[in-house]
Design a binder for this molecule. Structure first.
Ligand code: COA
Length: 250
């Protein structure tokens, strides 16, 4: 791969966007590589996925402005569709995805983080949706996912002003889960991923799906889905082994 560095450490997979000279801006090739990696992750035995950016400055500065400067509406639609395809895959992957935000997460970079389940940041992280400063609206799910994560008033504040917010402000809005010192961000993220990896991948996948579905469903539908999903867990060997081990005090 030219732009994604994928490393496996047991059941933890780290995807690093490796385009530091352009602050990890995501052109079409980066998106194609994401699709190919995510297709593999859907099927393999990995348990937790970490996404981060290479270098000290950026997680990702977003969609590629140089490319966008050269295109019209038809290509823009294709670019948006590709962005949505990648981010929807991340959101629907039945495994937890953690973004380790090690610097700028702007525009598509912020939207990439929004499609993850958990967001950790270093103190130098700056997040934002600066699209309106370029004459466009967020195009890779920003208007919809930001709204669901931080609420409409805060989402509109960030989108209308295009301002960059610090890791502290992002934390205070619930946009990032935790801040770690820069030098520990990846090791702390990996330790956290290992904590998750000890648990049942099936049960985590089904829980992720329930929380995601619950965001758009009414309470009654969400609760019914939970009942069916909960009962489905009882059909797995993993559940039998885990409960048996508890009862037999192993
Ligand atoms: N697309 C393409 N290239 C980008 C980019 C993007 N989104 N963001 C940064 N780059 C490139 C710059 O053009 C520059 O390339 P060059 O060295 O070949 O000239 C390189 O990355 C470094 O960026 P630079 O602007 O020089 O760094 P900086 O530290 O002065 O500023 C930012 C950092 C993030 C504030 C600034 O790069 C920026 O505002 N980027 C755009 C962010 C954005 O609007 N994203 C949303 C897109 S919809």
């Amino acid at each position: 791969m030219a732009y994604l560095k994928v490393e496996r450490d047991d059941e933890i997979v780290q995807i690093m966007i490796d385009r530091a000279d352009k602050l990890n801006a995501m052109n079409l090739d980066v998106m194609d590589e994401f699709i190919s990696v995510l297709d593999t992750l859907e099927r393999d035995s990995s348990k937790v996925i970490i996404i981060t950016g290479s270098g000290q400055k950026a997680f990702s500065a977003g969609a590629d402005i140089e490319y966008m400067n050269s295109i019209g509406s038809t290509e823009a639609e294709k670019y948006a569709l590709r962005g949505h395809e990648v981010l929807n895959k991340i959101e629907k992957l039945e495994k937890p995805v953690i973004s380790a935000i090690n610097g700028y997460a702007l525009g598509g970079g912020c939207e990439l983080a929004l499609s993850s389940d958990i967001r950790f940041a270093s103190p130098n992280a700056q997040l934002g949706q600066p699209e309106v400063t370029l004459g466009i609206c967020p195009g890779w799910g920003g208007t919809q996912r930001l709204l669901r994560i931080i609420g409409p008033a805060r989402a509109k504040d960030l989108i209308f002003t295009g301002r960059k917010i610090s890791a502290d402000e992002a934390f205070s809005m619930g946009l990032v889960n935790k801040i770690f010192p820069s030098e520990n961000l990846l090791s702390e993220t990996r330790s956290y991923a290992k904590l998750i990896a000890r648990n049942s991948t099936f049960a985590i996948g089904i829980s992720k799906n329930l929380v995601n579905k619950g965001m758009d469903a009414n309470l009654d539908t969400g609760l019914k889905l939970e009942i069916y999903s909960w009962s489905l867990c009882f059909s797995t060997k993993d559940r039998q082994e885990r409960m048996k081990a508890f009862v037999e005090k192993k």
